[in-house]
Ligand binder design. Sequence first.
Ligand SMILES: Nc1ncnc2c1ncn2[C@@H]1O[C@H](COP(=O)(O)OP(=O)(O)O)[C@@H](O)[C@H]1O
Ligand SMILES: [Mg+2]
Length: 241
Amino acid sequence: MLLKAVAVSKVYNREVIFSDVSLGIDIGESLAITGTSGSGKTTLLSILGLLMEPTKGDVFFQERSVFGLTDDEKSHLRNNYYGFIFQDPQLIGSLTVLDNVMVPARLARRSNLQEKAEKLLNELGLQHRLHHLPYQLSIGQRRRVAIARALLLDPLLVLADEPTNDLDQDWTAWIGNYLFKLPHRGKALILVTHDPDLAHRADRVVQISEGRIRDLPAGSRNRSHSPGMLPPKFNPTTIDT
Ligand SMILES: Nc1ncnc2c1ncn2[C@@H]1O[C@H](COP(=O)(O)OP(=O)(O)O)[C@@H](O)[C@H]1O
Ligand SMILES: [Mg+2]
């Protein structure tokens, strides 16, 4: 198993957010985490992403406990195996789209990734926005830049926190189609969303509710979604969201 959480609980200021959560994911699989706002989805994703420690329980990456790893060891794991797509795209305002996507390459001191960055931006329909600044983009475009940035170093595990928030149905379906291809490309995908249609495309769907996690029936990941079949609007003069 690539990543496994065992009996994980989180307590903030004596408030139990969730307890006894166990789940796992392997390469080639997708897992969707759903729940109402404030139910603990981002908290759980942060624990799975080694950004936060659970109050109880443990997380295993490739069967190795991450409990007790030093911060440096955790950063090493995150930098090499994890790709994060945060709820807020968190782009650097003074850098172009291409330079934002290249940030992980610069941090990892890898200089030969510009072509890859351009290829990813092309796949994500942003080939005409490489030299724009974040303020010149729509929210949907900013989210796609964040996806390209998360994928640049070829992470095994992609964690996405509500990547389609505030997007219309067409772009939600398009981004869903893109993300759900990742498990077929040798990755594992953990997706937080409160969009039931999107969630049900995952191999496994769990819901956090009142501090507990439960499985929801998952749909077929190959189900075709009619809005997703529409070609996205790549015309630079079109304002997409
Ligand atoms: N750093 C924190 N300190 C205290 N409480 C927090 C902190 N972060 C989140 N919470 C609380 O934990 C609960 C779950 O938050 P979150 O995981 O962000 O939910 P979701 O992503 O499902 O909307 C919320 O009630 C939130 O207020
Ligand atoms: Mg959240």
